[in-house]
Design a protein around this ligand. Sequence first.
Ligand code: F6P
Length: 489
Amino acid sequence: MTSIIATDAWRTLMGHRETTVSDTIADLFASDGCRFKTNSWELEGILLDLSKNRIDDAAWDGLLALAEHAGVAAARDAMYAGETINTTEGRKVLHVALRDGTGIADPSVANDVTATMARLATFTEAVRDGSLTGKTGKSFRHVINIGIGGSHLGPMLTAEALRDEACPEVRFAANLDGHDLAAVLADANPETTLFLVGSKSFTTQETLTNAASAARWLTKTVGSDAVRDHFAALTAKPEAAKAFGIAAQHIFPMWDWVGGRFSLWSAAGLPSALAMGWSAFAAMLDGAHCMDRHFRDAPLALNLPVRLALAGIWNINMEGLGALAVVPYDERLRSLPAFIQQLDMESNGKSVTQNGAPLGLAAAPMVFGLTGTNAQHTFHQWLHQASLGAAVEFIGVAKPTHGLSGHHDKLIANLLAQAEALAMGTNGDGNANRACPGNRPSTTILLEVLDPKRLGMLLALYEHKVFVQGVIWGINSFDQFGVELGKQL
Ligand code: F6P
């Protein structure tokens, strides 16, 4: 496989960048009154506005040619068909099958998925309606998810975003640091606490240490056989969960074709389902599936994940911006930056191609982020004036649900103002200290409303973005040998 940087498509793009390097984002807007319209794409309540990136029409043509040349469409189709595209680990990559109500992905896994979803739905509703009880016959008031990485971030993000008021309260413990678990146990009653051990491998030190501590805390009060009624496992290693003492009917399978950071949609998402209810969780799966269908069917030029991925490649490789700030202007999405951090950096944070050849270019950006407006009072100074630069992805929600007046218009005005200030800058009335150079790229993703469907769509948008970038760079986005080394040491 030829490295992408040795292709004509890459050279053409680099050449175009050289000849247009002095054009600013402001110039692009000045020369095209329809720029917002022609550089925004919409899908079922999600607007992707890429107009404030320094990408002109010819650059878009070059980027799309690059995607064609890199075989994005064929790689995508191979993923959906269940080919072993995770070649370094010899695995299929089928997270799309988990949200596939209509069989667009590999049918060979459909039965397993359907059966497991039915078990998860039943379990979720039984815990939420109080009919499933602990050892002493009391309903569960607290659910504590013990897991890390993909078994933590996606479930926590979605639970925070969409949790309803129904009992029980879902909490999360991930860190090996005992303060994390101790904090969630502090006011919990062992008799009414359910633990979920989310670990695909069932070998992760942090998770097994926390699970063992949780079992000691539980059995001290409720009796040595309490694990059977108070623990469930979400894992691809059911035997290990059984050996831990977890009852077979409380073990929910995952499969080696789901990567940890793509596993929210599998049994690993059970804490999320418990927090929002099964029908909302199912609607989130449907939302992700909606994005999956779009990703599979839309031409590259109209494909939101492809456009978002290409804008990222332009910013990283052509503009030299090695960092990406993810700034959701919605407190319910406070864990989105960490989720994308793992998704992007664990998937594409590599310097060799799938075949082991040196990459010869920068790949995944350093992702960081915080909710707006907190970010404005934390790192936006750096975004506006520092010499090191970052691209920014703002995420906003058009309609709030909090019912408080006087907040939302200001919040959205802040988002829009930040994007404009980054793009246009100011000369500071001639005062160099006050000047902001502008010409700093940002993307805005606007959700009509933060409901299960739009959240599912948003997360699938990011998953596919990362995949498309990996394909263009020639990376296998689905292994993580760097983390494995740390685990072994
Ligand atoms: O961070 C490395 C990693 O393997 C992730 O990919 C995964 O989400 C996390 O560890 C947890 O792994 P497990 O679910 O096997 O405990």
